[in-house]
Design a protein around this ligand. Structure first.
Ligand SMILES: [Zn+2]
Length: 137
């Protein structure tokens, strides 16, 4: 079983974690899904000892894992289970979660992080409105 630092070192070029909202790079998820990703990659290594990560990312609130060995039936099942687990897990903190849409951006988050995201959106909107009042055209 490889630990997160070992997996991260092995696959740094194709996957990394962010501690906050992903910047939109194609190979990122937040730390709440770490256990899911680590368990899946370790399970895949049991089936196929040598493989490459093409891409692991968050898309439309879901985990996506594309591996060089995903034509293998057992690997497809491991990936399918990991992706299903991610739909029930907060990407930010790992707590039980639901899908949330905010400003057309879908994320899988726990109630607390849904609230944090809504608050950040409201604060940005208010700042924008106040800036417009301060500098009329
Ligand atoms: Zn959370």
């Amino acid at each position: 079983m490889k630990t997160w630092p070992q997996l991260e070192a092995d696959h740094k070029r194709y996957y990394r974690e962010t501690s906050n909202v992903p910047s939109g790079e194609y190979h990122e998820t937040q730390i709440g899904w770490r256990t899911i990703v680590v368990d899946a990659l370790n399970a895949v290594e049991v089936v196929v000892p040598e493989f490459d990560i093409h891409q692991i990312k968050e898309k439309f609130g879901g985990l996506r894992m594309y591996l060089s060995c995903d034509e293998h039936v057992a690997v497809r099942e491991i990936v399918r289970r990991a992706e299903a687990a991610a739909y029930e897990t907060c990407e930010t903190c790992g707590a039980p979660a639901i899908m949330d849409e905010n400003q057309h951006w879908i994320k899988t988050l726990c109630p607390w992080h849904i609230g944090e995201r809504a608050k950040a959106t409201a604060e940005r909107k208010l700042e924008y409105r106040l800036a417009k009042i301060a500098t009329p055209e």
